[in-house]
Design a protein around this ligand. Sequence first.
Ligand code: SF4
Length: 177
Amino acid sequence: MNTDTSAPRKLRVATVSLAGCFGCHMSFLDIDERLFELIEHITFDRSPLTDIKTVGPCDIGLIEGGLCNAENVEVLRAFRANCRVLVAVGACAITGGLPALRNHLDVGDMLQAVYGTVPDDPELPLPLNKVHPIHEVVRIDHSLPGCPPPADAFWQLLQDLIAGREPALNKGLIRYD
Ligand code: SF4
């Protein structure tokens, strides 16, 4: 019987792309071989990297993308309800990002221009009139700026959270482009 209880519990991490481009997830994966070290300390819950369909109780939620439709809002609220620490990852989550350039246009006109009609299948999530940053809907604990944030910023944030420290990015890792 294994009586070793000294191994620290792995942190449970969920990630999602709302109105994002998956570029922030790609930058996260750019920590490259450090993923092997990371996986010693964390385990993934719902994420594009897993097949888990709904988010369960987690230590950390990483949110890429802003809010452009009703489903994004529903998913974000589920992450807030289940994640002890929620992180806005990237320009889209923090400010709405480039997708928010549509905010000066009428959403009905845009759909008409692109599709020649307004798609009305009930399976489709209703678009929001504007693209919103996620802090307008839920409380956010930390932000990783950048489009995307550098891989080292993901690494540092997760190292801090794993060590139980308040995350503090080194100056060189804070960027907005
Ligand atoms: S912040 Fe940039 S990289 Fe991240 S989802 Fe938005 S557009 Fe993509």
